[in-house]
Design a protein around this ligand. Structure first.
Ligand SMILES: [Zn+2]
Length: 513
């Protein structure tokens, strides 16, 4: 038993804390300089790759730096060369001598910024190689392009190296609770409350899992910090390795008694989402928050204002700044809204089912507002996925061809058409009249109930039989928002399961992976 407990306790999760920063003007300049250095290192490393590729055309023996590790070494070697910087020293007698300085400003920024930029380029090159060979599961990527000032996101990353005496270089609440200490940059004021993070990082008495001896150590540790600019603001994202949630906070599935049924979450048309159980009982309904809707109108106005200004003018720069601030505010509002709903769902329901998110992208992405909503839905799926894993909830992704909207949730008949304007589902067979989105959510829940039951009855088909139809719902593999999977791909892996629909005594085809 103790062995089981210790392996459970060892489970760590990756989590991120994001704070807005309140830097002094000098610190803001320092942050901008680091972001510039990161962009420079990325572009320069890319140039080294391109040059090496060109040289390889002539001499096949040339080695092209490709991995992050090779790129770090290539950039570090280059930054000390004459190509990176030189000065001519004129002596009193008029003779001038050349002195190689290397990249003159390289000591003004943390050296890690260069290394992390090279690592990023290594990842981009790997994604490109995999796309070419066809082994990349996610979106296809082309050859990396240069980052342009003003066009790409200003950002840089710092690792949390141990300083002298073994203390972390990235520290929270050093000077005052709302502060973050970053290597080379110093202690920057944080705009938000940091208490939850500080609690995770506070040293506590615990048992060392490797040696079994009592130690005093923080429960979580910071791996790296990414600093980025959104609109006019700087933010820091701290990547942490934190212990899993306490067992009491997690859903206890399959621990005595039959598990409760699934809750289906359907993306609404006018509203954000509707959650319902298989019998059509609504358990949640969410409208996008008013400030978000109001700001979308303002976004449109500011976009128009920008397009009316003269290129290169001061007014244009001002309008562009206003627009980017509006984008950043909307992103913040939306993020907190999504976190609220995904957190609520993962906490309150142990078994959830959502439709495959690509459906939404395929069907309706014609207008700007819709495209924005689609992006939010993908992000929502991502949050729901990791939160379910953290809280031990079961998340099932419904097959993308399942007609959740067109099916009657009482008798199971599938309508040939269901117009976008039809707000209620009106069944011609059993006279069911139900809100369109609630009906769809109920269908999703019924689908998941039936498939999980079918999987439980035929456990030999796939070991465990628990989330057999939840492609990508657990651990690695494909996840919502991963992008396009062709119809063929779905077809080859599709399994057709039959399940009794006891409510109407009829049989329904349930297609599942
Ligand atoms: Zn019906």
């Amino acid at each position: 038993m103790s062995h089981v407990l210790s392996t459970l306790a060892r489970v760590m999760r990756a989590t991120t804390f994001r704070f807005a920063l309140d830097p002094t003007p000098a610190q803001a300049a320092m942050l901008a300089r680091h972001a510039g250095a990161s962009r420079y290192a990325y572009n320069q490393s890319l140039r080294l790759v391109v040059d090496a590729l060109a040289a390889k055309e002539i001499d096949p023996a040339v080695v092209v730096p490709w991995s992050g590790f090779d790129l770090i070494n290539a950039f570090n070697a280059w930054k000390k060369t004459e190509d990176a910087g030189r000065v001519f020293v004129v002596a009193a007698d008029g003779t001038s001598t050349k002195r190689v300085t290397g990249l003159a400003w390289r000591h003004e920024v943390a050296a890690q910024v260069f290394e992390e930029a090279a690592v990023d380029l290594g990842r981009a090159l790997a994604a490109y190689s995999q796309s070419r060979s066809g082994s990349r599961k996610r979106q296809r990527m082309g050859f990396p392009r240069r980052k342009r000032k003003g066009r790409c996101r200003d950002s840089f990353r710092l690792r949390n190296n141990k300083g002298k005496g073994g203390s972390s270089r990235i520290r929270i609440g050093d000077v005052c609770p709302r502060s973050v200490a970053l290597p080379r940059i110093g202690t920057v004021r944080v705009h938000d409350d940091t208490r939850r993070l500080r609690r995770l990082l506070r040293p506590v008495a615990q048992t060392d899992l490797d040696t079994g001896e009592p130690v005093v150590a923080p429960r979580a540790n910071v791996l790296s910090a990414t600093v980025s600019r959104h609109g006019a603001r700087w933010y820091v994202s701290l990547n942490l390795q934190a212990p899993d949630f306490h067992a009491k906070r997690r859903h206890q599935l399959r621990r005595g008694g039959s598990p409760p049924g699934f809750v289906g979450v359907d993306r609404g048309l006018a509203l954000f989402a509707v959650a319902a159980t298989s019998d059509g009982t609504e358990v949640g309904r969410w409208q996008a928050p008013k400030p978000l809707n109001r700001r979308l109108g303002r976004l449109r106005r500011r976009s128009r204002a920008l397009s009316r200004t003269k290129p290169g003018s001061r007014n244009r720069a001002k309008a562009a700044r206003h627009l980017s601030q509006e984008h950043a505010r909307i992103a913040n509002l939306r993020r907190s809204f999504l976190h609220e709903i995904s957190g609520h769902l993962a906490k309150t329901h142990g078994r959830l089912v959502v439709e495959d998110l690509a459906v939404a992208n395929l069907v309706r992405n014609k207008h700007l507002a819709r495209a924005i909503a689609d992006a939010a839905w993908a992000e929502f799926g991502r949050q729901l996925r990791y939160k379910s894993t953290w809280l031990g909830a079961e998340l099932v992704i419904c097959d993308r061809w399942f007609p959740s909207t067109k099916t009657c949730s009482r008798c199971g008949i599938v309508k040939p058409r269901m117009g976008l304007a039809e707000r209620t589902f009106d069944c011609g067979q059993c006279n069911l009249i139900m809100d369109r989105d609630r009906n769809a959510a109920a269908n999703l829940a019924a689908w998941a109930d039936a498939t999980s039951m079918a999987a439980a009855q035929a456990p030999d088909r796939q070991a465990g039989g628990r989330t057999t139809n939840a492609h990508g719902a657990k651990g690695g593999g494909r996840h919502p928002g991963d992008g396009a999977t062709g119809r063929n791909e779905v077809g080859t892996e599709a399994q057709v399961a039959w399940a009794e629909d006891t409510r109407a005594g009829c049989c329904r085809v349930i297609s599942a992976r």
